[in-house]
Ligand binder design. Structure first.
Ligand SMILES: [Zn+2]
Length: 372
């Protein structure tokens, strides 16, 4: 993760941005180039390598084998329910998804930049339907995350002594801080350097400037000395959240980007097939704490944050522990979250409150525990 600051990765990121301009048709082609067997593995179904097998599609109770994979594993067909197609069609048929939903799901599974579909109409509609607290004034036509610019900010903002002292004081280890590439705003002039290098519009589009900023007079959204938590997706930075460490400052300690869609913290654990157990935490510091306690985790930003259908589906087949705060909002949210997950066949365990009286995962770590 920390490698994102080195130059070869920045070059790769720029190449990636170029690829993003190529458009949706190329995405469809790239996804359909996946083998049907590989997609079957992602869906958790075993498909025949030769001959016929029973149809795995829901709704087809296949007593005689009528499903086959053809065309060097690029095409499938069921003679019973008369369905056929390629990789994306298989996801649509098995998951009951629309074309766009299937593409988004598949792209996330293989680590392709799914962000480019984040404003797809189906997903947007869904967020409005299920969200209890829709984010205020989030631009629904948001540009894709600027990995290069976010990477530059993190590269120029190493963790300082004050930030390291604060986090070590909360029992987090230097290894964990390095793994999550935690940074710290050196001075606000770092934003001026970014404006000079990338231009005002690009820095503004990244959400790094306050609402009233103009090219002649702009102000960074994150204060000096604030800790910076980069959000990675497919190992690229898609979002940054800041936390002030100065106690006398007014308002929320957590600062979010201006006019950018909020995301899950450490979302890559959702799509990593090698991770069998994953915890859902409240916020970044608890994610770091859970990871240090031996459990890979991702974080909801704000307790009312929702998981998309795609995100929930990627939890299928994993052991899921709910490690939200052990207080009444945390318990309440844990209960609604379990119901949301179960709709998709994901059974999650709510960890009961530790006997030592810890109110959250970081408390639990600070009590001297080494495992959760
Ligand atoms: Zn069938």
């Amino acid at each position: 993760m920390t490698a994102v600051v080195d130059r070869s990765v920045v070059a790769e990121v720029e190449h990636h941005d170029l690829a993003m301009c190529m458009g949706m048709r190329e995405d469809t082609q790239a996804l359909n180039a996946l083998g049907v067997h590989e997609v079957g593995n992602l869906l958790g179904i075993k498909l025949p390598t030769k001959g016929m097998a029973r149809c795995p599609l829901p709704g087809h109770d296949d007593s005689t084998p009528s499903f086959e994979v053809r065309n060097q594993g690029r095409h499938w067909r069921c003679y019973g329910c008369d369905k056929s197609g390629g990789a994306i069609d298989l996801v649509m048929a098995f998951q009951g998804m629309s074309f766009l939903e299937a593409k988004t799901w598949l792209a996330a599974k293989i680590g392709m930049a799914s962000s480019r579909w984040s404003s797809a109409p189906s997903r947007r509609k869904q967020q409005h339907r299920i969200s209890t607290t829709p984010p205020k004034s989030i631009d629904t036509t948001e540009t894709p995350p600027d990995h290069t610019l976010y990477g530059e900010l993190i590269a120029r903002s190493p963790l300082l002594k004050s930030g390291a002292d604060y986090l070590l004081g909360r029992s987090l280890s230097p290894e964990i801080l390095a793994r999550f590439a935690i940074g710290q705003m050196p001075t606000i002039s770092v934003i001026k350097e970014l404006v000079l290098r990338f231009g005002f519009e690009r820095v503004e589009a990244c959400g790094l400037l306050t609402k009233r900023s103009t090219p002649d007079s702009y102000w960074p959204i994150f204060p000096q000395d604030a800790l910076l938590f980069p959000y990675f997706e497919a190992s690229k930075i898609v979002y940054i959240q800041a936390r002030t460490i100065i106690t006398h400052e007014k308002g929320s300690r957590w600062r979010n980007l201006n006019n950018r869609r909020r995301r899950l913290y450490n979302a890559d654990v959702l799509t990593d097939p090698s991770i069998r157990r994953v915890a859902i935490c409240e916020g970044a510091i608890d994610v770091l704490s859970a990871t240090q306690l031996g459990c890979e985790a991702f974080g909801l930003v704000g307790i009312s944050a929702r998981l998309s259908d795609t995100e929930i589906m990627s939890l299928r087949g994993k052991q899921v522990d709910i490690l939200l705060d052990w207080d009444s909002p945390g318990e309440e949210r844990a209960s609604t979250l379990r119901k949301e997950l179960i709709r998709f066949g994901v059974a999650a365990t709510r960890k009961s409150a530790p006997r030592d009286g810890s109110k959250d995962v970081n408390d639990f770590l600070q009590q001297g525990n080494t495992k959760i």
